[in-house]
Design a protein around this ligand. Structure first.
Ligand SMILES: *[C@@H]1O[C@H](CO)[C@@H](O)[C@H](O)[C@H]1NC(C)=O
Length: 158
């Protein structure tokens, strides 16, 4: 599959879920049991504290992509991109989207690396969920790849 086709499919699906204010509901468990090799979060490790200072905070993410050849002639598997959202483990707050279809630069670089302003209402403890979109056995699949526990401390505008 061409890169462009894979990226477009991923991006429109995530945007639709954000627009409906119910981020990434279907994908979370729909593909359980058929996930390909998973990418991993390099940063942040669990228990990282981020600051949310009136839209000036810095939420840094580094994600190790998959780029491999599957056994038994099943072809290549590679990370297309990731969606990120903050999930309140208590369920009190709705999921807060951070980014959709975020990818490496260049797209084949081994690490996806970026900086985001934390969502405006994010103050507290969350799972930083990475949904991986992966080209796998000829199609793009989506699965929950990682969810490090992070804290977001709010303060005044800096
Ligand atoms: C996978 O890695 C190979 C070798 O480094 C590179 O040529 C190729 O572009 C990479 N593919 C993807 C999709 O990242």
């Amino acid at each position: 599959m061409f890169f462009t086709t894979a990226f477009l499919a991923v991006f429109s699906a995530c945007l639709a879920s954000v627009a409906s204010a119910s981020p990434i509901p279907v994908e979370r468990s729909a593909l359980q049991g058929r996930a390909g090799p998973s990418g991993t979060v390099i940063f942040p490790p669990g228990n990282t504290v981020f600051l949310n200072l009136g839209q000036t905070g810095d939420l840094h993410i580094q994600y190790q992509r998959v780029n491999t050849t599957l056994p038994n002639d099943e072809g290549p598997a590679w990370t297309v991109g990731i969606d990120l959202f903050l999930e309140d483990p208590t369920g009190a707050q709705a999921d807060m989207p951070i980014t959709c279809g975020f990818r490496a630069n260049p797209v084949t670089a081994s690490v996806i690396d970026g900086h985001f302003v934390p969502p405006e209402d994010a103050c507290g403890s969350y799972n930083l969920v990475a949904m991986e979109h992966q080209y796998y056995r000829g199609e793009v699949i989506t699965f929950r790849a990682a969810a490090p526990y992070v804290s977001v401390t709010c303060g005044p505008i800096q």
